[in-house]
Write a protein that binds this ligand. Structure first.
Ligand SMILES: [Zn+2]
Length: 274
């Protein structure tokens, strides 16, 4: 890993996914600093066949932190529409909210919408690292992650992804790690500008659960879908039928996942706060 990869841009908000596979009912741990985790695991979530059963994922709250003079993303000069007055934004979201969980997103984010600017002509450059030296590595994993990105692009939002070979050239970097010490399986950190437009993102995906067993392709796909959802600006919704549920049971995007991201990308980034 290059030293510059560790530098994040000035305003960083963190989202993480917390997977726990312990059989005992326990409260999640809390961690302060960059990432705050709050998870709950129950015995019901101990899954003998994790491809068909629930994948217990809990959530970490978003934080913002100032990191002066650190910059690791080249931000292309793509148009960013002017913000709407908060009342107009609120009205539009209210009119269009049927079939979405935009209300949960607004509640989680203090009514501030964060999204990428349109990237159809200049696709978002995604770099997916190689985990070839990790125990349990499956050469299909990078393709599984690309499939997760493409599933979101296929919702019709004004974003396209291109996969680049050099991390320096990337807007979004995905790294595989063996496992996280804290019992998480994925983590997304995004960077935004002062107008709430996203400008960069980092996703880390563990290929082994904290106990040591390797994730299946189906699990990795679901975790990647969930993390990319965060990367696009989504937050959690309670209903387990959606990929953005804090405990991911879904294996693909629901109609509401698609409708919510389309609604988010039909308005400019900015605040809808009263
Ligand atoms: Zn999450």
């Amino acid at each position: 890993m290059k030293a510059t990869d560790l530098l994040l841009v000035t305003l960083v908000a963190s989202l993480a996914t917390f997977v726990a596979i312990q059989a005992s009912a326990s409260k999640g741990t809390e961690q302060h600093g960059d990432l705050a985790f709050a998870g709950r695991v129950s015995a019901d979530n101990a899954v003998p066949d994790r491809d068909t059963a629930a994948l217990p994922i809990a959530f970490a709250a978003g934080l913002a932190e100032e990191r002066a003079s650190a910059r690791s993303h080249f931000v292309p000069d793509v148009p960013r529409p002017a913000p709407w007055p908060a009342a107009d934004l609120r009205d539009r979201l209210t009119q269009q909210q049927a079939g979405t969980y935009i209300d949960a997103l607004l509640a989680a984010r203090d009514s501030v919408l964060t999204r990428w600017p349109e990237r159809l002509i200049t696709p978002l450059r995604v770099w997916i690292g190689d985990g070839g030296t990790l125990d349990g590595w499956d050469p299909n994993f990078p393709r599984t992650v690309r499939d997760a990105f493409d599933a979101w692009a296929d919702t019709g939002i004004p974003l396209r992804f291109t996969y680049v070979r050099d991390s320096i050239d990337a807007d979004v970097r995905v790294r595989f790690v063996a496992q996280f010490p804290q019992g998480i399986s994925g983590r997304t950190i995004w960077s935004r500008d002062t107008a709430s437009w996203l400008v960069g993102g980092e996703i880390d995906l563990a290929i082994a659960h904290p106990r040591g067993d390797v994730v299946s392709e189906g699990q990795l796909h679901a975790i990647a879908l969930h993390e990319v959802g965060h990367l696009l600006g989504l937050d959690h919704v309670d209903d387990p039928e959606h990929i953005m549920a804090p405990k991911v049971r879904a294996r693909s995007l629901s109609d509401a996942d698609r409708a919510t991201v389309r609604l988010l990308y039909s308005v400019p980034a900015g605040s809808a706060r009263e």
